[in-house]
Design a protein around this ligand. Structure first.
Ligand code: HEC
Length: 410
């Protein structure tokens, strides 16, 4: 008996350093997880998914997160340890479900005060092979019905060519500037979107084509993200935003890229470019470029973007020109409250009235003041007041807006 206790004692002594070591690895994994995976959205509770599901998610999110082989391993070990037990051993091909719901209420002298079930979004992500994953998101907008049938926000397969480099094939969100990645309600800290992002780089820009993406480490703390794409491109809608299309209206394909550098997982600076013909004959081009900056300082988030678009028009009509920027500062207080301030402009003048295009004239400046309350990290209640002014080309009007939003991510 004594000798048995002694053996157990000795064994525990021997394994103690090992378990301390693995505990240290898990701690390191947790820290990396919160840093790397909490950059674009909050770091989801590890218990939300099984280890197999985390493997699927890592195949999708890992290449976007600037991971070395070692940091990927550490994060996965942490997730695996904390993962939900319920589905251990599930098939790798079983998709992971996620999504969000949000409702809004808008009050403005310029329009009818209204409740709005803005979106129900459901996404599925799956892994069929160690090099092939797929992802689809369905959107049910404004309660559905004939006017707003459900549609696919994106649906693509992602073929991993090598570590940190893949190609998405299918319906993607065109990577122009960065706001598209933050348009969902938990990632956008305000209720409204910047007007510039809605109209240039056209937020939630669904496109069909190929998107090569990846990242490259320049040093331990600095990496580059790149996207290069060939897509159908914008068509002859009444303005850029209305020119989004899944099909193509001409034989010319559109090209673009986005390049960014991320330092210390806190600072990001990026630029984007897009070039493509918009008319049915493929003679007149839209050229867009943009810059953005994202920064985290403690609990403060800073975000700024600039976009510029030029639409060629046939003689003698002047080319359509649009540009705008926004600057946003947001602060998370005690993990529960988030005041946000954003100032944004949009100056868009295109007098071309042809091929389905209509004249467009925006000249606005908007100051948005928001306050969010988070019941949990996945449940938010927002209130926002938006002071909207018209520029010199327009008659002054009272377009100020009061907006409320309730949103959950599941
Ligand atoms: C470059 C930005 C970015 C980084 C970094 C990032 N994510 Fe994501 N993540 C997204 C976006 C965008 C979505 C989709 C949100 C939506 O549905 O609009 C998402 C969704 C998710 C979801 C919800 C499930 C799903 O499939 O929609 C999980 C879980 C997730 N990410 C985990 C991670 C993990 C783990 C990491 C770190 C390895 C990570 N993310 C890093 C941008 C990012």
């Amino acid at each position: 008996m004594k000798s048995k206790i002694f053996t157990i004692f000795i064994l525990s002594l021997l394994t103690l350093p090992l378990s301390l070591l693995s505990q240290a690895r898990v701690e390191q994994g947790k820290e990396l997880y919160e840093l790397k995976c909490g950059r674009c959205h909050f770091a989801y509770a590890p218990q939300k998914y099984s280890a197999e599901e985390w493997k699927t998610i890592m195949a999708d999110m890992g290449p976007q997160s600037g991971l070395t082989e070692e940091s990927e391993k550490l994060i996965f070990e942490y997730l695996e340890k904390e993962a939900s037990e319920k589905e251990k051993g599930s098939l790798p091909s079983r998709p992971v479900f996620a999504g969000y719901i949000y409702s809004e209420f808008f009050a403005s002298p310029a329009s009818t005060n209204t409740f709005d079930i803005h979106y129900l979004n459901v996404s599925i992500t799956g892994r069929l092979h160690e090099r092939v994953s797929y992802r689809a998101e369905f959107e049910f907008e404004h309660g559905g019905g004939k006017e707003e049938p459900p549609f696919v926000e994106w649906a693509y397969l992602d073929l991993l060519l090598m570590r940190n480099m893949g190609v998405k094939i299918g319906a993607i969100l065109a990577p122009f500037n960065r706001f598209d990645d933050f348009h969902a309600p938990l990632e956008n800290f305000l209720v409204t979107r910047p007007q510039m992002s809605r109209e240039i780089g056209v937020s939630a820009w669904k496109e069909v084509g190929l998107n090569l993406h990846g990242n490259v480490f320049l040093s331990e703390k600095l990496y580059l993200n790149y996207d290069a794409y060939v897509i159908n491109g914008l068509g002859a809608g009444s303005r850029l935003r209305k020119s989004r299309q899944y099909k193509d209206n001409n034989d010319a394909k559109s090209l673009g890229f986005r390049l960014s550098g991320v330092y210390n997982d806190r600072w990001e600076l990026g630029t984007s470019y897009y070039h493509g013909a918009w008319d049915d004959d493929g003679q007149f081009n839209v050229n867009m470029y943009g810059f953005y900056f994202l920064g985290k300082m403690g609990d403060a988030d800073i975000y700024a973007e600039y976009s510029n678009a030029l639409s060629e028009n046939p003689e003698p009509i002047d080319d359509g020109k649009a540009d705008g920027y926004f600057i946003q500062v947001s602060y998370l207080l005690k993990e529960k409250f988030r005041p946000t301030i954003r100032y944004g402009t949009l100056d868009y003048l295109d007098l071309g009235d042809m091929f389905g295009r209509k004249p467009t004239d925006y000249d606005t400046k908007a100051l948005a003041l928001g306050f969010n309350y988070y019941l949990t990290r996945a449940i938010v209640f927002k209130v926002e007041y938006n002071i909207i002014g018209e520029g010199e080309r327009k008659e002054p009007a009272d377009n100020n807006l009061l907006a409320f939003q309730a949103a959950v991510r599941f």
